[in-house]
Each structure stands twice: as structure tokens, then as C-alpha cells.
Design a protein around this ligand. Structure first.
Ligand code: SAH
Length: 213
């Protein structure tokens, strides 16, 4: 797939914007400078790929805004090789950023169409998550737990309790919670039973879908 100097220049400008908006982690900024976001969007929208906005993808979902991708990734505070669970594969852009950072990625998507398209795209791009799952992310992925990080990319009406139990000690869950109004939350596991909870900024995400089974 094509990635020309114009795209690269637009990504450098995007990274300047992310810096101004407060993203500090150098590795995260580097990943956003290197991963071609236009590969994860409909070709008809490609010219807007480096505008800091969410855009429609299939199945009435959206590709997250670059700032949101950078912000959530930064909040995970992970080192290369860490085990990460992503809920809401969607376009695969956030997944590609995590893979670029050297994470062992497990990712779950609820919409069959997106699951299939993104799986095909990943093999075309040579991107290799440990596992891509078509299913309901509410319950996480107990058979692969514990995770160093769990990132949820759709808004949950409330905290999905099962996810906390799948964090390693020291692991972090980054999740937007709320219906009309949504806030980013970060839960850090301190021990078997103790978690720190931080309420962060306001965001707008597509809602997490209920289990269809
Ligand atoms: N990370 C994606 C964001 C896509 S939007 C990207 O960068 O493109 C959120 C995604 O979460 C959608 O694709 C939606 O279908 C998916 N989703 C919603 N509810 C889900 C659930 N219960 N389990 C897994 N995925 C879900």
C-alpha cells in the first residue's frame, strides 16, 4: 500500500498537534508518526486521514481520533513485549499503533464485517496480533489473562467487572465509561484485591455493544 512523502509530512504535522494537545510519550508520538492511518480508512476519506478527528468505518463504527489513540496508549504506560488486550478492533488503527510499539496484542471485535475486513488488512500489511477474536469483549479473554494492559475503544455504560480480574498486578485498564457523557478512567491493579481508580478527561466514543448471543 502506498505511503508517500505528502502523507509523511501530514503525519509530522499531526504529531506537532498531538504534542500541543499534551501527548508526551516519545515512543507513542513516534508510533503515530510512522503508522499510516490512511491505510485503515476508506479510500474516499484518505485525504482526511491526518486531521485529528474520528471518521466513519464499516458497520456504523468509527476510527478513533488520533489524539484519543495517543492518549489511551500513553495511559497504558507499557514496555515493548507487554501483553495487551484491546476491546474493539474496529479499523485496526489502534491495534497497529500497539503492534508498532512491540506489544503482544490480543484484540476482540463484535462486528463480523469489521473483524473480517481488518483481519484481511492485517495479513496484507504483515501485522501480527497474537490473536484476533470475533466476539464480545465485555467478558475479556480469561484464557489468556493476566494482561499488562487492557484498552477499551468503545464506551461502556459501566465498568465491566470481569476486566479488572484479568489485569496482572501493576497492570492498567484504560476505558471510557458513560452513556451521554463519557469520561476516561484508568484502573491500576495494586494487589489481588486493590485497584487505584483515576477519572480523567471527557471523550466521545461509539457505545459498546451488548452481547448478541
Ligand atoms: N480501535 C478502533 C476503534 C473502533 S470504534 C479503531 O481505531 O478503529 C469501537 C469498536 O468497538 C467498533 O469497531 C465496535 O464494533 C467495537 N465494539 C463495540 N462493542 C464491542 C464489544 N462488546 N466487544 C468487542 N468489540 C466491540
Amino acid at each position: 500500500m502506498e505511503d508517500n512523502p505528502k502523507h509523511q509530512g501530514q503525519r509530522r504535522q499531526l504529531v506537532d498537534i498531538l504534542l500541543e494537545k499534551g501527548i508526551e510519550n516519545t515512543q507513542v508520538l513516534e508510533a503515530l508518526r510512522e503508522v499510516p492511518r490512511h491505510w485503515f480508512m476508506d479510500p474516499s476519506l484518505a485525504e482526511w486521514a491526518y486531521v485529528d478527528k474520528a471518521y466513519p468505518i464499516a458497520a456504523e463504527q468509527t476510527i478513533s481520533q488520533p489524539y484519543t489513540v495517543a492518549y489511551q496508549t500513553e495511559l497504558l504506560e507499557l514496555q515493548p513485549g507487554a501483553k495487551v488486550l484491546e476491546i474493539g478492533t474496529g479499523s485496526g488503527y489502534q491495534s497497529a499503533v500497539l503492534l508498532h510499539l512491540g506489544m503482544q496484542l490480543f484484540t476482540i471485535e463484535r462486528q463480523q464485517e469489521l473483524y473480517k475486513n481488518t483481519k484481511r488488512l492485517f495479513s496484507k500489511l504483515g501485522l501480527r496480533p497474537k490473536k484476533m477474536i470475533f466476539g464480545d469483549g465485555y467478558k475479556g479473554l480469561p484464557e489468556k489473562a493476566p494482561f499488562d494492559g487492557i484498552i477499551v475503544t468503545a464506551a461502556a455504560p459501566e465498568l465491566p467487572k470481569d476486566l479488572l480480574g484479568q489485569l496482572a498486578i501493576g497492570g492498567r485498564l484504560v476505558i471510557p465509561i458513560g452513556t451521554q457523557e463519557q469520561f476516561m478512567f484508568r484502573y491500576t491493579r495494586r494487589s489481588q484485591t486493590q485497584f487505584d481508580r483515576e477519572k480523567l478527561g471527557a471523550f466521545r466514543f461509539v457505545p459498546m455493544l451488548e452481547d448478541k448471543n
